[in-house]
Design a protein around this ligand. Structure first.
Ligand code: AP5
Ligand code: ZN
Length: 216
């Protein structure tokens, strides 16, 4: 099973991903997380990606596609994959279907978490996340049990470099220009399931899980 989680920056993709992959036994492939992991390990790819990410721009398609192509051949992807933050352009979406065809697979479902722009800014400015396990919190909407530390592993939570207000605005602009066309792309292919992302985290989860169950 291959699922594409679609939605603007701050819609809640990372928040929902943990439960989806646990429920269905999928590998979590987040291109944003992969770029940040490369940056922490100071690889060339990480340094290249950071120059785009910190400006709120998309990393070039060829670089992103090559990284995903390698990632999905690893053994943990054999039961299926949840793609989070990929594809983000029509070129990436076309490349993804070609890659999955080689594995005799296809995109099975595209839950689209829809959230208006004004809500996104508030969510991203209050976001804190765990550099160890990737869990995502919000200072008021979804605080950790103990302020500033991860519930799962006790790691001090951090704010992302690209969550500064001016970078957030640029990321939303890039989304509207390059990624929003994928809503119609997947709707035309009858894969899109639109979910109102302004509902509670629990309700959004239930609706995504139900959508995926229908195609499993
Ligand atoms: P990436 O890491 O993918 O960031 P993003 O898409 O901008 O998404 P976010 O992680 O910011 O948001 P999210 O939807 O996961 O929301 P979250 O769950 O955290 O990409 C970063 C950068 O990498 C890009 O800008 C680009 O440069 C590069 N990149 C990555 N992939 C690429 C690609 N394919 N091609 C090219 N470049 C690429 O939630 C946000 C906040 O809201 C949290 O605080 C959370 O607690 C809260 N929240 C979540 N749900 C709810 C709810 N229902 N109610 C209230 N609060 C909620
Ligand atoms: Zn953690």
């Amino acid at each position: 099973t291959y699922i594409v989680l679609l939605g603007p920056p701050g819609a809640g993709k990372g928040t929902q991903a943990t439960q989806i992959v646990q429920t269905f036994g999928l590998a979590h492939v987040s291109t944003g997380d992969l770029f940040r992991e490369n940056l922490r390990n100071q690889t060339e790819l990480g340094q290249l990606a950071a120059s785009y990410m910190n400006a709120g721009k998309l990393v070039p398609d060829d670089v992103t596609i090559a990284m995903v192509r390698e990632r999905i051949t690893r053994p943990d992807c054999a039961q299926g994959v949840l793609f989070d933050g990929f594809p983000r352009t029509v070129a990436q979406a076309d490349a993804l279907s070609a890659m999955l065809a080689e594995l005799s697979g296809k995109v099975d479902c595209v839950p689209y978490i829809s959230v208006p722009a004004e809500v996104l800014v508030e969510r991203l400015s209050g976001r804190i996340s765990c550099p160890t396990c990737g869990r995502v919190y919000h200072v008021t909407n979804n605080p950790p049990k103990q302020p500033g530390v991860c519930d799962a592993d006790g790691t001090p939570l951090i704010q992302r470099e690209d969550d500064k207000p001016e970078t957030v605005r640029k990321r939303i602009e890039e989304y509207l220009k390059n990624t929003a066309p994928l809503i119609d792309y997947y709707r035309e292919r009858q894969l899109l399931v639109e979910i109102d992302g302004t509902q509670s985290i629990e309700v959004v989860s239930q609706q995504i899980l139900n959508a995926i169950r229908k195609v499993k």
